[in-house]
Design a protein around this ligand. Structure first.
Ligand code: ZN
Length: 127
């Protein structure tokens, strides 16, 4: 995808908001690592009904090897590109770079949400 094919909403976002997104998503990566750890622990203890356990199971069913070590490495290596931010949850869980869809919620306040079309995770970026 070239720079001319960007979604208007994303490319129109001021640089400041984009930097804020990158910072917010980078803060999210360690939380996603913790979630993988919970998911692995839940599954190990037979608690398969939790959302974290289900996410781990889905990734494993797709043939991904989900381990605490890999998730930790990916959480540390997570580096979103402004304007092309990828989902920290998908990245930490399986190393997939799924681009987030940004939605402006309240323009005047600069509030945005980002949704991952792959795993349906939602992130909020408020000034
Ligand atoms: Zn995702």
């Amino acid at each position: 995808m070239g720079p001319d094919e960007e979604e208007p909403g994303v490319s129109a976002a001021p640089a400041q908001a984009r930097e804020r997104w990158v910072a917010a998503l980078m803060r999210q990566a360690p939380l996603e690592f913790a979630r993988v750890v919970y998911g692995l622990g839940d599954r190990a203890h037979g608690r398969t009904g939790t959302a974290a356990a289900a996410a781990v199971q889905r990734a494993q069913q797709q043939g991904l090897k989900v381990t605490r070590e890999r998730a930790e490495q990916r959480a540390r290596a997570y580096l979103p590109v402004a304007g092309h931010e990828h989902c920290p949850r998908c990245w930490v869980l399986g190393g997939a770079k799924n681009l987030l869809q940004m939605t402006v919620v309240r323009q005047e306040e600069g509030l945005q949400t980002a949704r991952c079309p792959h795993c349906a995770a939602e992130y909020v970026n408020a000034p």
